[in-house]
Ligand binder design. Structure first.
Ligand SMILES: Cc1ncc(COP(=O)(O)O)c(C=O)c1O
Length: 449
C-alpha cells in the first residue's frame, strides 16, 4: 500500500522543497533510510487524522487481530497506553492495575491523578511474573467501581493470563479492560492470542518485523475509539516517521506469510526445548509463549548473569539476565545458525556447571497507600537513610528486578516488611534502583513548619 505509492511517487521525480531537511541527499549515509524518509505531503495522508492510506492499513490490522478498530502509532506502546488509560478513566478515576505493570501505566496514573489499587501477582520458580489470583480479582472488582482494569499479558518472560476469564469478570462488574499486549504482537502465530479485551496495546517492533518503536492499538469497544484517537494525537509526535510507517505497512502486507515462518521457528524451538540439560533448565508451560526462551540457572553453580557472560563469550547476546535466569527472545526471523550456536553453547555450559541448592522464592507485599502518586511526586522530598525511613511515605519508586515489580510506589508507607525485603534484595544480588543506603521520602508537613 504505502510502499507502492511511495515507489510511484519517487519515480515521478518531484523536487522536495519541504521537510524533512535531509532532502534524500546522497551526501548522507545511504545505509540509513533517507531515500525513503518522507512527511505528510499531498497524497500521503496524516497519521493523526487519517483519511485514506492509514485508514486502509488500520482496517487491515483490525481484520488481522479480529478487533473492531485499530490505530497505528510510531511512538511505541507507551503512547498507546497513555492514550487508552486517559480515555478509559475519563469519567471514573479509580483504576485497578496489575502490580507488575509497565512504567507507562504508572506514568498515566500520575499524569491523570488517578486513584490506583493494585492486583498482586504470582511468581514462578525463578521469580518471574506468572499469573494473577482470579478469585481475588473478582473480589476487588465486586467491592469498588473502577474505570479500568489494566493487566499485562504476556509478561516479559512470556506468561499468558486467562484473558477470557478476566474479560468476563470485567463485563460482569462493568469495568473496561486494557491489556498491555506489548510483548504479544506475534501471539496470533502460535495461537496464544485472544481478542478478549476492550482495548489492547501491542508493540509490533518487539516480536514482529516493523521498526522500533512501532505499535498498534486494538479496540473492541467502539465507544472508546474517538477519545483514544484524540489522545493518541496528543501523545504521538505531529511528525510520524514514514520509515516506521512503511515498515508497519510491510508487516501488514506480509502477515499471511508469517504463519509459515512461525512453523519453522517452532521446529527450531522444539530442538532447543528438547536439549538434554542436567543443570540448566528451559522453563516450559502450556500458558507460556515458547519464543521467550527462559533459561533457569536456579539450583546451579552459576547465576543468570554469569550465563549471559558465558553466552556472550560464545558470541550470543541475550535479551536480559537476572540472578536466577536469562531470557532470550526468538522470532520468526531467527536463522538456523543462531539456534545451532545456542544449542551447542547451552550443552557446553551445562557440562561446565553443577547443581547447587539455592532456595530463594521471594514474596512481595503491597504496602499501604497514603497518597496518590501525583500528590506524592509533587510534594517536597528529602533523602532519608534506609534505617530511618520506617513509617515515612516514599516519594520514589523502588523496583526490584526480577520480577520487575515496584516494592514501593510514591505515596506508599515504608513499613517493616518492605524494608526487610529491600535489605534482602540488596544482599542477594537483585537489581534495585535505589541510591545506596538512601531513599527519597516526603517531608513531613508538621515537621517542616
Ligand atoms: C510490558 C510493557 N508494556 C509496554 C512497554 C512499552 O513499549 P514500547 O517500548 O513499545 O513503548 C514495554 C516496554 O518494554 C513493556 O515491557
Amino acid at each position: 500500500m504505502l510502499k507502492e505509492k511511495l515507489d510511484q511517487y519517487l519515480k515521478e521525480n518531484y523536487y522536495p522543497f519541504h521537510m524533512p531537511g535531509n532532502k534524500r541527499s546522497e551526501l548522507l549515509d545511504q545505509r540509513l533510510g533517507y531515500g525513503r524518509d518522507l512527511t505528510e505531503i499531498e497524497g500521503f495522508d496524516n497519521l493523526n487524522d487519517p483519511k485514506d492510506l492509514f485508514i486502509a492499513m488500520q482496517n487491515k490490522l483490525a481484520e488481522i487481530y479480529r478487533v473492531k478498530e485499530a490505530l497505528i502509532t510510531t511512538n511505541g506502546s507507551t503512547s498507546g497506553i497513555l492514550s487508552s488509560i486517559r480515555a478509559m478513566t475519563k469519567d471514573n478515576k479509580n483504576i485497578l492495575v496489575q502490580r507488575s505493570a509497565h512504567k507507562s501505566v504508572y506514568n498515566a496514573i500520575e499524569l491523570y491523578d488517578l486513584d490506583a489499587d493494585y492486583l498482586e501477582v504470582r511468581l514462578d520458580e525463578v521469580n518471574a511474573v506468572k499469573d494473577i489470583n482470579y478469585q481475588k480479582l473478582e473480589k476487588i472488582l465486586a467491592e469498588k467501581d473502577y474505570g479500568s482494569l489494566v493487566v499485562t499479558s504476556p509478561s516479559y518472560e512470556g506468561y499468558i493470563l486467562d484473558l477470557d476469564r478476566i474479560y468476563d469478570l470485567c463485563q460482569k462488574y462493568k469495568t473496561k479492560l486494557l491489556v498491555d499486549l506489548a510483548h504479544g504482537s506475534h501471539l496470533l502465530l502460535n495461537k496464544l492470542y485472544t481478542n478478549s479485551f476492550d482495548v489492547a496495546v501491542t508493540s509490533f517492533h518487539k516480536n514482529l518485523s516493523s521498526l522500533t518503536p512501532s505499535a498498534g492499538l486494538l479496540i473492541n469497544d467502539r465507544g472508546l475509539f474517538d477519545e483514544i484517537k484524540r489522545n493518541l494525537a496528543i501523545f504521538q509526535t505531529s511528525s510520524p516517521s514514514y520509515l516506521i510507517l512503511q515498515s508497519i505497512d510491510e508487516m501488514i502486507e506480509n502477515f499471511g506469510k508469517f504463519y509459515d515462518l512461525y512453523e519453522k521457528l517452532d521446529n527450531k524451538l522444539n530442538k532447543i526445548y528438547g536439549l538434554e540439560l542436567k543443570n540448566l533448565k528451559i522453563i516450559d508451560y502450556d500458558k507460556k509463549d515458547r519464543s521467550k526462551i527462559l533459561i533457569s540457572t536456579k539450583d546451579t553453580t552459576i547465576s543468570g548473569k554469569i550465563l549471559r557472560r558465558l553466552l556472550r563469550d560464545r558470541k550470543i547476546e541475550v535479551e536480559m539476565a537476572y540472578p536466577e535466569y536469562a531470557l532470550l527472545i526468538a522470532t520468526i526471523f531467527d536463522i538456523n545458525e543462531g539456534f545451532d550456536r545456542l544449542s551447542q553453547a547451552l550443552v557446553e555450559i551445562d557440562k561446565e556447571i553443577n547443581k547447587k541448592e539455592f532456595p530463594r522464592q521471594v514474596s512481595i507485599n503491597i504496602p499501604k497507600k497514603k497518597m496518590k502518586i501525583y500528590e506524592a511526586v509533587s510534594s517536597n522530598k528529602e533523602k532519608t537513610p534506609l534505617d530511618e525511613a520506617l513509617g515515612k511515605i516514599s516519594s520514589q519508586y523502588v523496583y526490584a528486578y526480577p520480577p520487575g515489580i515496584p516494592l514501593l510506589v510514591p505515596g506508599e508507607v515504608i513499613d517493616r516488611e518492605v524494608l526487610s525485603t529491600i535489605s534482602y534484595f540488596r544482599t542477594n544480588d537483585f537489581d534495585l534502583n535505589i541510591d545506596g543506603e538512601f531513599i527519597y521520602t516526603i517531608i513531613d508537613k508538621v515537621n517542616k513548619n
